[in-house]
Design a protein around this ligand. Sequence first.
Ligand SMILES: *Cc1c(COP(=O)(O)O)cnc(C)c1O
Length: 445
Amino acid sequence: MSEKNYLPTSWYNIMADLPELPPPALHPLTHEPLTAADMAGLFPMGCIEQEVSTERYIPIPEEVREIYSLWRPTPLRRAHRLEKALGTPAQIYYKYEGISPVGSHKPNTAVAQAYYNKREGITRLTTETGAGQWGSALAMAGAFMGIGVKVYMVRASYDLKPGRRLMMQAFGATCTPSPSNETESGRAVLAQDPDSPGSLGIAISEAVEVALQDPKAKYSLGSVLNHVLIHQSVIGEEALRQMEDAGAYPDVVIGCIGGGSNFSGIAFPFLGERLRDGKKTRFVAVEPSACPKVTKGKYTYDYGDTAQLTPMMKMHTLGHTFVPPAIHAGGLRYHGMAPLVSLGNQLGLIEARAYQQLGCFDAAMQFIHTEGIIPAPETSHAIRAVIDEALDAKEKEEERVILFNFSGHGFLDLTSYQAYLNGELTNYEYPVKLVEEALSHLPKI
Ligand SMILES: *Cc1c(COP(=O)(O)O)cnc(C)c1O
C-alpha cells in the first residue's frame, strides 16, 4: 500500500456507534439545550454541524487533505528496542504524531477549523494554549489559510516555554500571557491573585470574550468538543490500516488525556469496531495525578471556562474554577474532559488511570534511551501506562498487542527535562482541598 493510501478520505464519528448520545450542551445563562444559533457567535457552521452530527463518516475537504499530506500519514512504528529492554512478550506499536510541522497531533483539527472559518469569511481567530502546542498549531493553520491568530497562553507555560511563543510568532500569530489585563475575565483573576500561574479555564475565558466582541472573529478550541475529536480520528483511521498491514490488532489502546482529543483520535476508530463487531480491545486514558478529572472528578454539568462564558457540558470535571498545580505537562492541566470520553468512561468502555509526573519522566527516559525520541511531558503519561502494561504482560506471560498515541515530541520542552535531570522535579499530590473548593462552585442543574 502506498503511503498516500493510508491517508483516509473521511473522518470517523463515534456518535454513530455509541449505544447512547451524550446529553446536550446547555446555554450558560438560560440552562436550556444549546441551539446552532447559540453556537454561531463562536464557531463556524461547518464545525457546528459536525458537533451534533451522527453520520459515521464525514468527508475530509480536499484542501484540508492536501495540507494533511505535508506530514500525513504519520508513521506507525513498533518499539522493538523498548520491548527488548523490558523483556516483555508484548508488542508495542505507536503512532508518531510528533512528525507534524509543529510537533504534535494538534494541527489535525487546527487546519480543519481554520478551513471552515475561512470558508465562512472569518478573518481572525482567538484561542487559548496551555503548553503552547495548540497555539502553534493554530498559528500555522492561520498562516496557511490567511487568517490572523490571537493566542492567550497560560502564564506558567509562557514563562517556562519561550520556544513555543517564538514559534507562534514565526507563523505570524500574537501571543499574550494569561491572565492578562486585556480582558475583563483576565482582570478579574488578577485582582484576586496578581501572581496567578493561569489555567486553561482562564485563558479560554479571555479568548472567548474577545471573539464575542468582533463579528469577523471566531473562537477556536483545540480539544474537548465533538468536532475536534472527529478531526483527530484521522490518526486512528490511518492506524486501522497500518496495523492491518503489520498483521496485528491492538488488545489495548493507550493515550494521555488533557481534553481528550489525541486519545479519542487514536482510540475511537478502534472503539467503533468494538461496538460494531464485538472486538475485545481495552482503552486506557491517562491523566496526571495533579489534575485527575476522570479518576477523581464528578460526572456532571460544568462550564468549560473559569468566567462561565462557554456552554455547560456534561463531563468529568474538577470544577471550572480549579487551577491545577504547575506540572510540566501543561497540556494536561484542564479541569474538564471531553463529553464523549466522559460518556465512554461512564459506559465502562474506557478505563482511566492517573500518574505522578516523576514516574512519567522515568518512563520517558526509558523511551529516549531505547527508541531515541524525546517525548512531550504530556506524552510521557501515555508511555508510563504502556510500560506498565508491557510489564504486566511479562508477569502474566501473556502476548499482548499495545498501541499508543505518541501525541508529540518534547524538543521544545527541554527545560522540563533539565529539571528532571537536576533532580528538581517534584510530584504533586492530588490537591484534595483545592478540588473540594472548586467542586463547591459547580453550577446547580
Ligand atoms: C495538547 C496535547 C495533549 C493533551 O490534549 P488532548 O486534547 O487530550 O490530546 C497531549 N499531548 C500533546 C503533545 C499535546 O500537545
